[in-house]
Write a protein that binds this ligand. Structure first.
Ligand SMILES: NC(=O)c1ccc[n+]([C@@H]2O[C@H](COP(=O)([O-])OP(=O)(O)OC[C@H]3O[C@@H](n4cnc5c(N)ncnc54)[C@H](O)[C@@H]3O)[C@@H](O)[C@H]2O)c1
Length: 439
């Protein structure tokens, strides 16, 4: 059985050394072509800033340091000092000579991201809760920075549209915008989806993706925490911050669906979901299970199921059914098997996908050949949001209605203080979580 820790949060351990020779090794000697401050600093130094110094952010910073010998960690930003200091301490153990983050470049609070962006960096790593991602990507693109942005990209449709807009500007400015949808960079999945795209199972008839895991941890309320701090410290459990687990975590599996369908989006979704096992205020207002049916224009139907419940079976698989065969992929097993007219099984090299992402990002920056994951990373996020919206509302929702929705999950103000506890959405009832509803 795959443990919860092997799924998704596995990246929380930052210090896995590169398992494969990096393309950056040779690329590092090429001239630095496009960076915000390339004219002002030595061409072989790339200053990196990290926003969101938790498990994944610290891991991403370590991977950036591994990827390119010219990387210097230059600034850190987090909501809370304890998180920032812990991350800094760990990163100092990893590459002490390339950590250059004095107190004046340690930023805290809601505008920490802007201060990191303005600190004179070339590349920013964004790993806060996803609620904040659209505003951070926008600011980073405006500042002319290369970006690594963890998945998911947003928690609501206005956020997705903002990210798509920023991605377009990043393209015009020739900035790299890489997503943390890490399976897209893993060797076995790349090889397998290439087979699928080349017709190994014929035309896709149906897909079932799963993300069945255990619950994530909670932080009981401490004396002195405001409502806002309490929700931020338990962000995965609050829909406005995480988008719910179908968006925050299971988006990886929804992205496999998007990948297999070559980026074609469903026309509508119908979904079931609920909150059966979560108890206590720290478990917020998210559901603990979803089932989504996505309908495509040509009659293809795809299914996604996800669950975060204790003492239940785990599964994180992509099952593909085609006119000439079937494919089953569980990257944790690992298992990548095609059966049918042209049987196939992956037996090539295995990679550390988190490291490969950064190796490829920094090599692309060195070459001046930007990577832009913008469209598909935003669409996979939106597909997950569509599933949540359909489950919360109990309605069948079209892609167009969801994509154009003005449902905005932002709080009234970004400040530590009172923040009403958000209610749990009930299917068939008007949305209680949004400041606006589907137009
Ligand atoms: N690609 C993957 O496999 C993978 C794995 C784990 C997490 N993630 C993603 O990475 C992101 C972070 O997850 P994590 O597990 O590191 O969470 P975490 O809770 O460990 O870290 C998040 C950090 O962001 C800080 N933060 C909160 N709001 C902030 C703000 N407005 N500005 C600055 N800092 C802020 C928190 O204090 C915390 O230190 C999430 O989007 C998550 O989905 C991706």
């Amino acid at each position: 059985m795959t443990s919860r820790n092997q799924i998704d949060r596995s990246s929380g351990t930052p210090f896995t050394r590169r398992e494969f020779v990096s393309t950056a090794t040779t690329a590092a000697i090429a001239p630095l072509i496009i960076t915000r401050s390339s004219s002002a600093q030595a061409a072989d130094t790339l200053r990196v800033g990290l926003v969101g110094c938790g498990g994944r952010g610290t891991g991403a910073a370590a991977q950036a340091l591994n990827a390119d010998p010219g990387v210097q960690l230059w600034a850190l930003g987090d909501m809370f000092d304890d998180r920032l200091q812990k991350s800094l301490e760990n990163l100092k153990k990893h590459a002490p000579e390339r950590i250059n983050v004095p107190a004046e470049r340690q930023f805290l609070g809601f505008d920490a991201y802007q201060q990191v962006i303005d600190s004179g960096i070339d590349v920013v790593l964004l790993a806060t809760p996803p609620h904040f991602r659209p505003m951070q990507i926008k600011a980073a693109v405006e500042a002319g920075l290369h970006i690594f942005a963890e998945k998911p990209m947003a928690v609501d449709a206005p956020g997705v549209r903002s990210v798509l807009h920023s991605a377009e500007i990043a393209k015009q400015k020739q900035l790299s915008l890489m997503s943390g949808f890490c399976w897209r960079y893993n060797f076995p999945e790349r090889a397998m989806f290439e087979q699928i795209h080349n017709g190994a199972i014929g035309d896709i008839v149906s897909i079932h993706t799963t993300y069945h895991t255990g619950p994530l941890g909670t932080n009981p309320r401490q004396d002195g925490w405001s409502d806002m701090e309490f929700q931020l410290r338990n962000w995965v459990h609050f829909c406005w911050l995480s988008g719910d687990h179908i968006v925050e975590q299971a988006c990886h599996a929804v992205d496999w669906n998007n990948w297999a369908m070559k980026g074609r989006m469903p026309t509508r979704a119908t979904a079931l979901g609920g909150r059966q096992m979560r108890e206590g205020p720290a478990t917020g207002n998210i559901y603990d299970h979803f089932t989504v049916i996505y309908d495509y224009e040509d009659g293809v139907r795809t299914f996604h199921t996800c669950r975060q419940m204790p003492n239940c079976s785990y599964d994180n698989t992509c099952y593909l059914m085609g006119t000439k065969g079937t494919c089953s992929m569980n990257p944790w097993a690992p298992k990548h098997v095609i059966k049918g007219d042209t049987p196939w099984r992956y037996d090539g090299p295995r990679s550390n996908m988190y490291q490969i992402e950064h190796d490829e990002l920094f090599a692309a920056i060195r070459r001046g050949a930007p990577i832009n994951d913008g469209t598909w990373m935003a669409n996979s996020t939106m597909m997950s949001i569509l599933g949540r919206m359909a489950a919360y509302s109990g309605q069948t929702i079209t892609w167009d209605d969801a994509f154009n929705s003005t449902e905005d999950l932002s709080p009234a103000a970004y400040e530590m203080g009172d923040l009403p506890f958000p209610p749990v959405p009930e299917p068939g009832q008007p949305s209680p979580i949004a400041t606006d509803t589907i137009s």
